[in-house]
Design a binder for this molecule. Sequence first.
Ligand code: NAP
Length: 549
Amino acid sequence: MESEGRSATKAAEPLTRWDAVVVGAGFAGMYMLYRLRALGLRVTVLETGDDVGGTWYWNCYPGARVDVPSLNYSYSFSPDLQQEWSWPEVYSSQPDLLRYARHVADRFDLPRDIQFGTTVSRADYDEDASAWVVHTDAGGRMLAQYLIAAVGCLSATNVPDYQGLDHFEGEWYHTGRWPKGGVDLSGQRVAVIGTGSSGVQAIPVIAEQAAHLHVFQRTPNYSIPTYNAPLDPDVEREWKQIYAEHRDRDHNSAGGIYFPTPERSALDVEPEERQRLFEEGWQKGAFGMMQTFNDLRTDLRANDTVADFVRQQIKRIVKDPIVAETLCPTGYPLGTKRLCMDTNYFQTFNRPNVTLVDLRAHPILEMTPTGLRTDQGPYEFDVIVFATGYDAMTGPLLRMNITGRSGYRLAEKWQDGPRTYLGLGMAGFPNLFTITGPGSPSVLTNMIVSIEQHVDFIAEMIDNMRRRAVTRIEPDEAAEDAWVAHVYEVSQKTLYKYAESWYLGANIAGKPRVFMPYVGGLNAYRRRCDQVAARGYEGFVVTAGSVHA
Ligand code: NAP
């Protein structure tokens, strides 16, 4: 039986004792619970929402959809699960992804170990007890040997600090905290601020509902049509016959989704041939165009050719030449800010009820009781939608107020940017593990594949610790320093350094500019983790002894 919701919130009892506390019941937290339970640990999962699903619980804004095909973007750990589940569409909608998360939760009886409606307010390492003391906003306190952050990379929402927002008399929402029952936008005057992946997905759907939609764009984005469609049952059947092979290929690919490596450079073909291949790729949709040549993401001149092609497409689709020009991304290579995938995004600007406002030319001066004001004058709305992104990767971890050994605060450790070993743990913070933390491939990959790799690594490390009577494990400072240096070094060899992106923390005022994800590829990263484990958890320091949790 699938659940409709899990609003029966159970408040945490003061000082309950656990082997492990997992924070977050998204895809990472759910699988972590499954693995730790199988090892015989007493585990509790703390989840702010009142249901499982994480990203797919919170992001229920109009048009929300995954941009990786669901046959790839789904758990691989259970052959039965992957055989019995059917996806209606190639790229699943948020409601279908949430339905899947609920199905997985119920199928593996996960909710009995999840405390919904419970947010971690603080976590302190108690050296005497060799355990974490986890505090919740409901006043609960938990003692646990292991603390595992499965809080996601994009869960700390960013609402710009506009003067006057408190006085806005209409409704406003952030895409990442969209009301569960939905919002009726029909006949409303709506503003969307932000044109990243969330805005690009929401704008075409909101435009169909609203009386009028104003889109406030700061940086134009490269976006490619997905041409989403119902999933062909023959494709699904054939895929499922050799699911293990598909999974294996994804797991050993650079991005967690397998593509054959193109043979040629974009610079080795005549312009006409290049144009023809880009056209063909564009028609395939989504990543098709990026698979035409092998250097589109690595060589600036090759990247220019594909960026030019996308600008041509925008100018072809958008009828008003001034609007088209305003929508054209320039000044940063394609793919160095997250490449958006859309359904009718640029077409939406041909609608009579849609107006584009260029915030580069006319920044927002203030919010007003009836809308907002730029130097062009006032704009009036009933509803404002903030598609303004996240304090990515570090934000969700820092919001947990973590203090490690000797009173060392995570905020202090990371004041100049995140420092981790493999994105899995931090020196000074014993038995704290991060799933897809900064310094891991995470957001540059198919997230579920990265999540499964991390969860498997952490579960096996904990199992190994228990068998060796190790009570504490934490990264060695020197191994962490070397990994941080490596993450930086690899990022500098790519085109990512040319963009002011959230990967770099550039979207949050005052955030240190450090390229956070590991760009060396999931395949290389996986090999490295396997090697670390095979060498007895090389780079980690262990302490034997007894636990008082
Ligand atoms: P985002 O990519 O950070 O985009 C935020 C947008 O808001 C940008 O256009 C940004 O402009 C703008 N913005 C931010 N602060 C602003 C301000 N003060 N004034 C005006 N504009 C402002 O956030 P997102 O669209 O939520 O996407 C975040 C990530 O979530 C994506 O990159 C992707 O990894 C993931 N995601 C995935 C999917 C999917 O799978 N289909 C869908 C949605 C999100 P600037 O660019 O100038 O900063």
